[in-house]
Design a protein around this ligand. Structure first.
Ligand code: TXA
Ligand code: MG
Length: 315
């Protein structure tokens, strides 16, 4: 798969080398991926991984995705499963995270899987992420680079806003082309199950490995999928067909009164790329509520609606 970068702010080789050295020394590096920015640490170093949890204010029970260069590196940490290999061939590097049973000899911090006997693995497509992982020579544990419970950052400036106080090097790779987090597919149980919807859709996955049962135990298996998540401070009203007094309108498709529009042409890919940065911008306007127009429940729209529902959940 190929991802179009919207604009470039490409770090130099020496900046990537410096970031890789910082990772090896146990430091934190925020870096762009095609989905959202990640907050990375050496996945083999317990202390470094613990720094991620501290910087995010994240509950320790929430496991982290380990970012790798390729399938070979992935299978040195996760058990080999033929379906996993097929999916890696089809979608890696790219926005698909696979949960595999953790190998007993996996030389990874136990903290990355937060006590579970499975491990989340992903090879990101963004050239800066790939260069960083290769230069580092280590797997990179990285959640989204926001404070826990807040909107994922899709630009380097968002990361600075979120983690301003923390001791982090930020690599700027421009705006993320996909804009919502990777699809999380659990292959560690009896049945494959989607734990988080993303731009690799159920239909795309079923084309490669056949039908997946409807069963989705996401709430238990993926503790990061808490109801209230991706939360702006301003309240949200979903499926809004008109604007009420005091509201801002986040549009989709033709919308005369939209304060911001995820995609005037009704394009779901464009809408996904704009979703988090527009929620963030509207949140800053401090209105009493953000009304969001309906987004169709098909393809990428399923992932967009999932994030919107969580952002609107009571907290
Ligand atoms: O697109 C993405 O996936 C971004 C970029 C940086 O790669 N990362 C990201 O990470 O969104 P995070 O930590 O914000 O979300 C990872 C999700 C969480 O819901 C977590 O609970 C789940 O994946 N997860 C990770 N490892 C898991 C495991 N071993 N078992 C079950 N769920 C896991
Ligand atoms: Mg996150």
């Amino acid at each position: 798969m190929h991802y179009r970068q919207q604009h470039f702010a490409v770090p130099t080789n020496s900046q990537i080398e410096a970031a890789a050295a910082l990772l090896r020394a146990g430091g934190l590096v925020a870096f762009p991926t095609e989905t959202v920015y990640g907050l990375g640490a050496n996945a083999c170093d317990d202390k470094a991984v613990a720094r991620i949890y501290a910087a995010k204010g994240r509950p320790v029970f929430n496991p982290l995705i380990t970012h790798v260069a390729d399938s070979q590196q992935a299978f040195s940490y996760g058990k080999y499963i033929p379906d996993a290999e097929r999916l890696m061939e089809a979608f890696w590097p790219g926005p698909l995270t696979l949960i595999l049973p953790r190998r007993h000899d996996a030389a990874l911090s136990l903290l990355v899987s937060a006590g579970l006997d499975c491990i989340g693995l992903r090879a990101p497509a963004h050239p800066v992420a790939q260069a960083l992982i290769k230069a580092c020579g280590m797997p990179v544990a990285a959640p989204s680079a926001n404070r826990s419970g807040r909107i994922s950052p899709t630009m380097a400036a968002h990361v600075a806003e979120e983690l301003g106080e923390a001791d982090v090097m930020i690599l700027d790779g421009g705006a993320c082309s996909v804009g919502i987090e990777s699809t999380v597919l659990d292959l560690s149980g009896a049945q494959p199950a989607i734990l988080r919807h993303g731009s690799v859709t159920l239909e795309m996955i079923e084309k490669i490995i056949g039908r997946i049962g409807a069963a989705c135990d996401g709430a238990i298996k993926s503790p990061g999928m808490l109801e209230s998540h991706y939360a702006p401070e301003t309240k949200l009203r979903l499926n809004a067909l008109h604007v009420e007094a005091g509201e801002l309108l986040l549009g989709f498709g033709r919308a005369e009164h939209a304060t911001l529009n995820m995609s005037e042409s009704g394009d779901l890919t464009e809408a996904a790329a704009n979703l988090f940065s527009m929620l963030r911008a509207l949140d800053k306007m401090r209105a009493s509520r953000i009304a969001v127009m309906p987004v169709p429940m098909e393809g990428l729209g399923i992932a967009i609606n999932d994030r919107l529902t969580r952002a609107a959940a009571p907290r």
